[in-house]
Design a protein around this ligand. Structure first.
Ligand SMILES: C[S@@+](CC[C@H](N)C(=O)[O-])C[C@H]1O[C@@H](n2cnc3c(N)ncnc32)[C@H](O)[C@@H]1O
Length: 301
């Protein structure tokens, strides 16, 4: 399977990885960015990578074998634990300092959408699981069975920006009285019956926001995100850079605020006021990149 990382040129330009440096990748995915950054660390560099999804970690491990003369340490872990993993890797390899470059490429991988068994795509029939870390946590079907209409509405509004949140939540609550909402098709049907045909958006599938919102809720994607970003920023070596790629406004808001706070407190500078977005050429070649926003923060030397 080929994999194209998002905004590779912009990410490399901001991270400026160099020979012998330490790189922390909090969201390895298929290792696309890690391979490109890792190649710049040889010889003598250390690449510390995390992913909470064991399938992704195994894929990345296979791909990163291609890196020569770079030490690779991978952790099946949440990036909220990145500081501990980095500390562990530095100790094991008797290295000083922090990360010279760090990356968080938030959200899900294409492979997550393509795997019908994950239930993340409204285009594929499958069980409504949606968990990235399948070792723990409640599935989307579980949430849809348990939450009140008000709680569901709040999730759809907060995490999806869904204008029809109230109506969709009330259809879900009515439907589940007859039979549980277990599959992606069940949920798509709820969305279709909540939004009148004439009012449906044409630019995106009507269920896009509902699926995104539920995935964010299932994986607690926004919980402690600001704190986690701040902790990773504190792990940077002097002159080190943290890049965050986000894919919806909820995520970007957190990144923007925490970067602003850290720069105001001193010791850090944001590399651009506005987020950097992919070029039109990249979006044409890789449509999944269209919603990406990149922000970068540098620790003062
Ligand atoms: C967009 S993909 C990363 C793609 C990667 N940069 C590449 O080029 O292959 C995001 C990855 O982050 C992982 N992820 C999302 N949230 C995470 C978290 N809190 N902790 C660890 N991994 C996470 C997902 O499992 C997914 O594999």
């Amino acid at each position: 399977m080929t994999h194209v990382p998002v905004m590779p040129v912009e990410v490399l330009a901001a991270l400026r990885p160099g020979v012998g440096q330490t790189y922390l990748d909090g969201t390895l995915g298929l290792g696309g960015h890690a391979l490109q950054v890792g190649a710049k660390l040889a010889p003598g560099g250390l690449l510390v990578g995390l992913d909470w999804d064991e399938t992704m970690l195994a894929e990345a491990r296979g791909r990163l074998h291609a890196l020569a003369n770079v030490t690779v340490e991978l952790y099946l872990a949440d990036f909220r634990e990145a500081a501990g993993c980095l500390g562990d890797a530095l100790r094991r390899h008797e290295r000083q300092g922090g990360a010279d470059a760090a990356l968080l490429d938030l959200g899900v991988n294409n492979m997550h959408f393509e795997d019908a068994g994950r239930g993340m795509s409204f285009l594929r029939t499958g069980p409504l699981d949606m968990r990235m870390d399948r070792r723990r946590g409640e599935t989307a079907a579980g949430l849809l069975a348990r939450l009140t209409a008000a709680e569901l509405e709040n999730i759809l509004l907060e995490y999806g920006g869904e204008h029809w949140a109230r109506k969709i939540a009330s259809v879900i609550v009515e439907r589940r009285k007859q039979s549980p909402i277990r599959t992606t098709d069940d949920l798509v049907e709820c969305v279709y019956s909540a939004i009148p045909a004439a009012k449906r958006e044409r630019r995106i599938h009507p269920a896009t926001r509902t699926f995104q919102a539920l995935r964010v809720a299932v994986n607690h994607e926004l919980e402690e995100l600001s704190e986690a970003i701040a902790r990773i920023a504190q792990c940077l070596a002097p002159g080190g850079t943290l890049v965050v790629l986000s894919y919806h406004s909820g995520e970007d808001r957190h990144v923007k605020h925490v970067f602003r706070e850290l720069s105001q407190e001193g010791g850090y500078e944001t590399l651009s006021k506005r987020p950097i977005v992919p070029t039109e050429t990249e979006v044409r070649a890789n449509p999944k990149s269209r919603s990406a926003k990149m922000r970068a923060l540098r620790r003062c030397a």
